[in-house]
Write a protein that binds this ligand. Structure first.
Ligand code: XAN
Length: 414
């Protein structure tokens, strides 16, 4: 149930019969002339508790931003009613923007994290959800931290079991994810314990890696290693790992990612504010490193992957051409090719699906029926090719243009 059975063309002999049968069963959806069917999007990086801050507080570098705005907000999720209110609204918004699968960071609080899973179930969204582990007293505040490495690991294991229980009543399965916040927030003991859990339960892992000068420098200063090496040492880089940002990954990190099958969640809007560099997406794709797209709410201000595709294209063009007008054109740019709207769309669909090992992101027999019906947002004055219509949608669609959303064939919007 929930998979695309067949793509049938009008020219096929049984087309009319199949259509009639679907109609009789009340299962026929007919698109209007200006509507198009696209695969649902996969958002590879969302901090669910940060939704109330989306669109504010982007005026400080990462470490100050965490301490000043983000940790105080995340601490509020000890209040389960607050969590319910925010998570219901967030999941509605993401589905509304055509996003059918999301890889979420929760908070340290398991009850709130379970509310996020329930919101996904209620709105027919596929969630991958992590209880955030952060136990390092030097880098986290008293009011928002796991009490110890042991409790960070034990609470993660409890959350895994709670999610397994919840899934017994779920139409769309929700997956628990091992979630060390990032190297600075965790102690070696919690990283080690979480690596053990990832192996024991064969679960996805998510974290942040090489995401800013400060964070990159932290691992070098405290471990005398790159943060990718630290995560690898504790068994946290696997073919089910998704690492956010990666703007400062070097070639040896990329080789490790390739070898282990680790995916990068590219968060182009957030990277403008916190990344200190632009992720060279075309270079990663050429090297067969898996890459998907993330909104990174609230480091990224927008819940729309359409907006993030646009920013991914624009950032890649600036990376290619360079930005310092005082340099000669030959010195100004880099060798990294700019990416296209199609490449961005690939990241938001196939790239995300490969990163999470799910059969979705393509409209093909045997793939999950995760779909969005999008109305063309722009007028057309001449006959246009499908490519032109596609580009207009990618560059201009907003939430209001996403008319219907299906996840595993179940209506989630519209
Ligand atoms: O963009 C980010 N958002 C966060 O919440 C975070 N925590 C660690 N590193 C982070 N980066």
């Amino acid at each position: 149930m929930g998979y695309i059975d067949r793509i049938i063309d009008e020219s096929e002999t049984d087309f009319s019969a199949v259509k009639e049968q679907a109609n009789k069963a009340g299962q026929l959806t007919t698109l209007k002339l200006d509507e198009y069917l696209l695969p649902g999007f996969i958002d590879l990086h969302v901090h669910a508790p940060q939704w109330p801050n989306a669109g504010v507080a982007l005026d400080r570098p990462l470490n100050e931003w965490l301490d000043t705005y983000t940790f105080p907000l995340e601490a509020k999720y000890a209040d389960v009613d607050f969590a319910k209110r925010v998570y219901d609204n967030l999941v509605t918004e993401l589905v509304g923007n055509g996003t059918t699968t999301v890889l979420y960071f929760g908070t340290t609080h398991n009850q709130a994290n379970l509310e996020l899973a329930k919101a996904c179930m209620n709105h027919n969204q596929r969630g991958f959800i992590g209880k955030v582990a952060m136990d390092n007293p030097d880098q986290t505040p008293d009011y928002y931290r796991d009490a110890s490495a042991e409790s960070a690991v034990a609470d993660t294991e409890t959350f895994i079991k709670q999610m397994m229980e919840l899934n017994k009543t779920a139409d769309i399965q929700q997956t628990p994810v091992i979630t060390p916040r990032f190297v600075p927030s965790c102690t070696p003991a919690s990283l080690k314990g979480l690596g053990r859990l990832a192996r024991k339960y064969d679960l996805p892992v998510q974290s942040h890696c090489s995401e800013s000068d400060w964070e990159n420098g932290f691992a070098l200063e405290h471990y005398h290693k790159r943060d990718a090496e630290v995560l690898d040492e504790y068994g946290l880089l696997t073919d089910k790992s998704v690492m956010a940002h990666g703007t400062l990954l070097n070639q040896s990190d990329l080789d490790t990612f390739k070898e282990r099958g680790v995916a990068v969640a590219h968060c182009p809007i957030s990277n403008v504010y916190f990344g200190n560099a632009v992720l060279p997406v075309s270079k990663l794709l050429k090297q067969n490193v898996k890459v998907g797209l993330g909104t990174d709410i609230s480091g990224g201000y927008s819940p729309s992957l359409y907006q993030n595709i646009r920013q991914a294209v624009m950032s890649s063009r600036m990376l290619h051409d360079g930005v310092n007008s005082q340099l000669d054109p030959a010195q100004r740019g880099t060798e990294n090719d700019a990416i296209s709207a199609r490449n961005g769309f690939y990241l938001a669909t196939v790239g995300g699906a490969k990163s999470l090992h799910i059969k979705t992101g393509q409209i093909k027999a045997g793939y999950l029926a995760d779909l969005q019906v999008v109305k063309s947002p722009m007028p057309s004055f001449n006959e246009e090719t499908m490519d032109q219509i596609f580009e207009k949608i990618i560059y201009n669609a907003s939430k209001d243009d996403v008319k219907q959303v299906f996840v595993q064939g179940r209506l989630a919007k519209g």
